[in-house]
Design a protein around this ligand. Structure first.
Ligand SMILES: [Zn+2]
Length: 510
């Protein structure tokens, strides 16, 4: 008599945690990343604008770590949740994976503000507040509601007090910000800050663009040393590689948000949110409608993709893209920047759970949590087998697997469904990463608490079945299969954590 295992897989029941609704917050002010007019160092940037070059870049993985920033003593009006942080990680990967830049989620923590911060109001300049006797007025929110004028001191505070992971990009998240929507510490940095409401969406991508070395596409547009309109390298006026954002495939553009005031009436009350905000951008189709000129008087030539660029000051509903030149500049910055080099990790790390643990031996009730993988990738989990009580090494691909994958999309928002289940391996589906199944986890040590034997009466898998329930003794008896008559069966084993392991066998007489 022979018994053939046809298929073995595990189904896990798990509670789905629902996200609370995102708070809405109207932020008309924009980015507060400092300008940087330092010339590019020699030999670092290629100024290439070839998409094939961007997509041939050796994939690189950056650790990312989040910090919830509270008031003085845990107060927080919009705290981080795992759901929010994972949504942010997923978005970073979906946007930046196109350029072979990956993010490995490393967790989140929280920071209380230091005592005694002075209240400050931003009104075009920074006005630190004192009472009539000249005594400092205490900032009631601390860094929890971070003012534009506090950004620099906040970064110094975080860096000097153990709240900066040197081996990660640090994303600081106060519950609110005053007079700005996000900031990077510099162009090329491992520290960025934005309020909770912005850790998903275009401001996240914009600030990460700064962190990875990008300037605003309108950089220095008001200067006499502005980026010129011409894109022809043979033109004597060509300076796209040394002025503005120094990216040659983004057009010379003005700051769309403040352009009207600059060109028409710089002394008028052209404040953010006024009727002149983004005056020359059509919000419906994201086209540029202005007739303005660069610092030499040449009319701007601005195609829609520059109105849609993440590093412009366009409508958030318009921005959806980086240019190939920007992608290549980020890649070249990551591998040359002293803050970003230590933040890199391995491709193998993407196959490791961000929380939970693998069962090994003994009572399975000791397990704190099953292993969860981060969202933002297209996964394929193939059934696999081998002597792996713990997942096989990333490099060890000698195991057998069945090419019948359970796939999970990078767009799923059911983050707690992304589990490395027993008897499966992991493949991440991306053109820059081989789709080889890795990390086969095939643990047979756990003892089921009960189950059932399902006999398919017609010899094929259909609904004509006879089900025989088994208690813990019955399901664990060594000769369970020997007691069965020839035929097609499914044996289901129930485990105390809710797992159900199913094995389909064909038993024959030969
Ligand atoms: Zn910016």
């Amino acid at each position: 008599m022979t018994t053939k295992v046809l298929l073995k897989f595990t189904a896990i029941a798990i509670a789905i945690l629902l996200a609370p609704p995102i708070l809405s917050q109207n932020i008309n002010n924009w980015c507060s990343t400092p300008d940087d007019d330092t010339p590019d160092p020699a030999g670092v940037f290629s100024y290439s604008e070839d998409m094939a070059t961007a997509q041939n870049f050796e994939p690189i993985v950056l650790n990312v770590y989040y910090w919830q920033v509270n008031g003085y003593h845990f107060e927080n009006e919009d705290p981080l949740t795992l759901q929010k942080v994972l949504a942010s990680v997923a978005q970073l990967n979906i946007i930046f994976n196109e350029y072979n830049i990956f993010f490995k989620y490393r967790g989140y923590d929280e920071i209380d503000s230091p005592n005694g911060l002075q209240q400050v109001i931003y009104d075009g300049g920074c006005e630190f507040q004192t009472d009539e006797n000249g005594n400092e007025i205490l900032d009631p929110d601390g860094y929890g509601a971070l003012n534009r004028c506090q950004i620099g001191q906040f970064f110094n505070f975080a860096s000097n007090n153990g709240f900066e992971k040197e081996d990660a990009i640090n994303i600081y998240v106060p519950y609110a910000t005053e007079s700005f929507a996000g900031a990077a510490r510099s162009i090329g940095t491992n520290m960025i800050v934005m309020p909770t409401v912005n850790i998903e969406g275009s401001i996240l991508h914009h600030e990460m663009g700064h962190a990875l070395g990008l300037r605003h596409t309108h950089s220095s547009y008001t200067s006499t040393f502005c980026e010129h309109v011409t894109r022809n390298p043979g033109d004597v006026n060509y300076n796209a590689d040394v002025r503005g954002d120094r990216v040659t495939d983004t057009a010379a553009v003005p700051d769309f948000t403040n352009e009207y005031c600059y060109f028409n009436d710089p002394d008028a009350s052209c404040s953010f949110g006024s009727e002149f905000n983004k005056y020359y951008v059509n919000q419906e189709d994201c086209t540029y409608t202005g007739q303005n000129v660069d610092c030499e008087g040449t009319s701007y030539q601005i195609p829609p993709e520059d109105v849609r660029n993440y590093m412009s000051y366009s409508y958030r509903s318009c921005v959806t893209t980086f240019s190939p030149g920007q992608a290549i500049r980020m890649q070249e910055k990551i591998v040359s920047d002293n803050d970003l080099i230590p933040a890199q990790t391995t491709i193998a790390s993407l196959y490791e759970p961000y929380r939970g643990e693998y069962y090994d031996v003994g009572p399975s009730g000791n397990l704190l949590e099953i292993p969860f993988l981060q969202p933002g990738f297209d996964y394929a989990f193939h059934p696999c087998s081998g002597p792996y009580n713990q997942p096989s090494d990333y490099e060890d691909t000698a195991f057998d697997y069945i090419p019948l994958a359970n796939t999970i999309s990078k767009y799923t928002t059911d983050y707690f469904s992304i589990i490395h289940q027993n008897h499966t391996s992991i493949a991440i589906l991306h053109p820059a990463i081989d789709s080889q199944p890795r990390r086969c986890y095939s643990n047979t040590n756990r003892t089921p608490v009960g189950g059932r034997v399902v006999r398919f009466e017609d010899g094929v898998i259909n609904y004509n079945v006879t089900v025989t329930p088994q208690d813990s003794i019955g399901i664990n008896q060594e000769n369970l299969i020997n007691t069965l008559n020839p035929g097609l069966y499914k044996i289901e084993k129930d485990f105390d954590n809710g797992d159900v392991e199913q094995t389909v066998i064909q038993k024959s007489n030969d």
